[in-house]
Design a protein around this ligand. Sequence first.
Ligand SMILES: CC(C)(COP(=O)(O)OP(=O)(O)OC[C@H]1O[C@@H](n2cnc3c(N)ncnc32)[C@H](O)[C@@H]1OP(=O)(O)O)[C@@H](O)C(=O)NCCC(=O)NCCS
Length: 185
Amino acid sequence: MKPVVLRSERLVLSRPTRNDIDAITESCQDETFPRTLASLPWPYTRADAAFYVTRIVSLGWLTGRTLTWGIRESEHGPHLGSIGWRRERGDIGFWLDARSRGRGYMTEAVRTVCEWVFSSLGQERIGWEAVAGNLASARVARSAGFRFDGERPVEVAFRDGSRPMGWHGHRLRADDGSAHEGWPV
Ligand SMILES: CC(C)(COP(=O)(O)OP(=O)(O)OC[C@H]1O[C@@H](n2cnc3c(N)ncnc32)[C@H](O)[C@@H]1OP(=O)(O)O)[C@@H](O)C(=O)NCCC(=O)NCCS
């Protein structure tokens, strides 16, 4: 599948490239990441970022199995974060550089990706999961119109094989994107 560029009011979502390797390496030194992002290598090195961009992201688009966008403020702006949709699991995952948080960027990015996945890929449902207590992630999901499904261990195991208690949610194509009751945040 050819990488797709998505645009929203303040953001451009486009495929991460080799030019983003340093920014991704720097962002992923965040000490909260190993607790919140199941599949992120840790410690995170430049080689991990290079592998991510040249293999994981490229193959994901090529096969259409994992579609990953870098979050930017303009077409050629720096890489501020990442958002991805996984076909097999039908879910989304995301992170933002600590310096770019608190502006509603991730909520905007999640809404944009969901709307495209529903309208262009014809999917009926998008899932979300986070480690229980990840308030920032849950607020993004709630603000982006997801419904809360409850607490049970995460489905995607962490690097050490553990499956901590998780929060789960989903958004349906038929949903209008407004916030739902029932969230613990
Ligand atoms: C999750 C993450 C992308 C959210 O980024 P963000 O910039 O806060 O996102 P937004 O600005 O869109 O904010 C969304 C909401 O979270 C709230 N929020 C942000 N950080 C918070 C925190 N530490 N605690 C509680 N609420 C928080 C915001 O106030 C906002 O709430 P509102 O919609 O009710 O106003 C960011 O915190 C992050 O990258 N965390 C580490 C990686 C991670 O946890 N990824 C998700 C894995 S499931």
